[in-house]
Design a protein around this ligand. Sequence first.
Ligand code: GLU
Length: 512
Amino acid sequence: MERKVRVRFAPSPTGPLHIGGVRTALYNYLFARQHGGEMVLRIEDTDQTRFVPGAEDYIIEALDWLGIKFDEGVHIGGPYGPYRQSDRKAMYRQYAEQLLRDGWAYYAFDKPEALDAKRKEYEAQKKTFQYDCNTRGEMENSLSLPADEVQRRLQSGEQYVVRFKFPSNTDITVHDLIRGDVTMNSNLLDDKVIFKSDGMPTYHLANIVDDHTMKISHVIRGEEWLPSAPLHVMLYRAFGWEDSMPRFAHLPLLLKPEGNGKLSKRDGDRLGFPVFPLDWHDPKSGELSSGYRERGYFPEAVVNILAMLGWNPGTEQEIFSMDELIQAFSIEHVSKSGAKFNVEKAKWFNHEYMQMQDDESVAKMFEPILEEHGIHADHAYVVKVCGMMKERISFISEMWDQTSYFFTAPTAYEPAAVKKRWKPGMTTHINKIIDILNTQPFEYDALHKAILDEYIVGNQLNMGQIMNSFRLAVVGDTKGPDMLTLVMVIGKEETLSRLKRAVEVIGEPAAE
Ligand code: GLU
């Protein structure tokens, strides 16, 4: 029988969730939905020294904002809970004991100073110390010490760790859905700590026990976990769970824009793009790291950006809704090599999603910004302006710069444009336009005919010079949409008053 697809996203609450982590969550979500499966949010907080307050809530809020929904998890419960490892603490000991009993693990009593000394001793010989099948005999553990001594130490409450005992010289193969078979020899692997005398498991033990007891079918996670995968495979074997072991898929790294190395928090700061989904205020340093949400990215755009970083649909299509991604996603099309983050492409995606917003929604986003500028414009007017101008922006924060002249008359005129366009005789031309506006019907076609066709072309005047000066008078600059369209939006009275003011303020230039 085909196994039910159950995946999990298992972050450690050590800080804000990096977008690489968000992408892992997204790929898990797409895979689960596509297969009619379930997705679990599990918090892996066994390393209490790295715990950061607020990180768990941040992770939940970020994924919720992006529309990555869970079926079970720390925030919603479910039949395999609890979903926070610190709340599952009591259950791990029996598994560590099982491995000890079956000879797959051993107690190690080495003090940190002894381990340090050992490392130094190896360094002095230009070697690297690793606690493994070759060195464990030299160390203080239940394999090297007599049984009664081990008992005595345990009974006296001496601190210990439990280490996994790799068999020597054994090839361990991880079947990876993206990379194929990855084989490592156990002689290269160190006997990882899996449990500590304070009763806490380490990541490796807790992760395997949880994936097994939560009936996880597929482990989709970042490539940084590939080196741990042979240990995980061996743990499944040691527990006798290999038959129901999840299938593995290790996702390629997200790389710096230049392509050399993993995308880091510092790259974001350096290049001015966020590497976190939401703003994050570090509780210790108070430092702020900016997020996609606060920068004005649409959650759908962020999902689309991340989907395309490391996966391709095998077609030219670039814009995908979440539903389309669920349809199209496949692990086979996830690339093996790292994906370079491209800031310009990210902005392009947001621009595309801006165009998909209806004018009403853009206006709702823009109105608070208008308020900040002291403008309380009629809602229908804002909707109209947003509809006309949204094609010019990728982020709502850019809208004011593109449209301020729709809401306030210019108070100054761009000097370079004045110099270039406002030539002797211009006040006469502008006065003529004022005349036409006063006498002709206030309609696009009528004005076009009277100003452009009859007055300018008919008198063989300089079209660029006059229309740009007309614009300068109304906008204060030479930017903006089609001039008469703009005039129709701001209205007759406003246009007339701006034209009169420009004639007054700029006046007639001195003859050259
Ligand atoms: N807790 C690990 C992390 O923070 C999860 C690794 C895994 O998915 O197995 O990335």
